[in-house]
Design a protein around this ligand. Structure first.
Ligand code: COI
Length: 349
């Protein structure tokens, strides 16, 4: 079914300088919203950003039926706007919705909603080299009924916020062997709100101990690396790119996939496989050059400087000639249209 998106524009709020503000603090002027009722999507609109009215009984407030995505738009060298890898984000959104028993959004509606919104708020896409527009599509269950059930009503929304560097300095991370982020058969590979809420407590403990993030390990052995905070974990060990293989417990990161594709094309040896913290200890103790970094839409490539394993801290290689920066630069150059987009990742408005 075709959906017409109505656009109610209002030029009241001027573009704000958001560079000094925390990530995601200031929304752009408009947002997209559509309602799911009686088995179909309706009232698809781009409207001025506003607060929602929800019943306190709304199911999302009680049982966590929420799913989101994180995408980015860039101003290219030639001034055009580029939304990066819409199709891959759509596919992951769809898989997350299926896992959470939520209605799918037609691909056309997803893309049109984001296209119209980014076009209308195009002045908010930062022009600076380290800037982008963070795009947050999400869905929440809105049926007002406190009984535990799959909701019959939903809101699908998209909001945006100008974004700059997510982490301003290299990270200190702690290998987490007590708490787990996800277990086999759970929701670890779905981008649902509960995965993030559940990570807060162990992350807070790590912060109190002087670290920025945790490096999650698997739920069975508490030994194999999973993700780092809200990012995929990647390593260069003696110039071989190693990252945990996709499984039900880690997110199929779009940045992860992009960096692996770029690395393969550059002839870098790539290994998607289990990696235990013991292998990292052996590499550090053998004097190998170990680069470690998180990869994610918001963070892009976040260098890790220190990995704490047990009571010992290991120092990773973060000098300017590190391989991770080459991948980061190539990714940015593709997004900005400085080098050819051979994989057709750019959606140009
Ligand atoms: C992203 O990188 O887009 C994320 O979703 C991580 C975080 C901002 C929640």
């Amino acid at each position: 079914m075709e959906h017409t998106i109505s656009i109610k524009s209002q030029a009241e709020r001027k573009v704000t300088d958001t560079k000094s503000l925390p990530f995601g603090k200031i929304p752009t002027e408009h947002m997209f919203i559509a309602e799911y009722k009686n088995g179909e999507w309706q009232n698809a609109q781009v409207v001025p950003f506003h607060d929602l009215t929800l019943s306190p009984l709304a199911l999302c407030l009680h049982y966590g039926q929420t799913v989101f995505e994180g995408m980015k738009a860039f101003v290219m060298e030639d001034g055009r706007l580029n939304i990066f890898r819409m199709d891959k984000h759509y596919d992951r959104f769809t898989k997350s919705l299926q896992r959470m028993c939520m209605p799918l959004v037609p691909q056309r509606l997803f893309k049109d909603a984001i296209h119209q919104l980014v076009k209308l708020d195009s002045d908010w896409v930062p022009r600076e080299a380290d800037g982008s527009l963070y795009i947050r599509p999400f869905m929440i269950a809105t049926e007002d009924r406190i009984g535990v059930k799959v909701s019959d009503e939903y809101l699908f929304m998209v909001v945006c916020s100008p974004a700059f560097q997510y982490y301003t300095k290299p990270l200190k991370v702690k290998v987490e062997t007590t708490y787990v982020r996800a277990a086999d058969g759970g929701t670890g590979n779905a981008k649902c709100g509960g995965n993030y809420g559940g990570a807060f407590y162990p992350t807070q403990l790590a912060r109190e101990a002087g670290y920025d993030q945790v490096l999650w390990t698997d739920s069975v052995h508490n030994e194999f690396i999973e993700e780092s905070g809200t990012m995929n974990a990647m390593f260069f060990i003696d110039n071989v790119l190693v990252t945990p293989q996709l499984s039900g417990t880690i997110l199929d990161g779009v940045t992860r996939d992009s960096l692996l594709t770029i690395a393969n094309a550059k002839g870098i040896t790539v290994e998607e496989r289990q990696i235990s913290y013991n292998e990292l200890i052996d590499a550090f103790e053998a004097g190998k050059r170990v680069e470690a970094f998180g990869a994610g839409t918001a963070a892009v490539v976040a260098p890790i400087e220190i990995i704490a394993i047990g009571h010992k801290e290991y120092k990773c290689y973060i000098e300017p000639d590190a391989m991770m920066y080459q991948l980061q630069k190539e990714l940015l150059n593709i997004r900005k249209g400085i080098i050819a987009d051979t994989n057709k990742w750019n959606y140009i408005i």
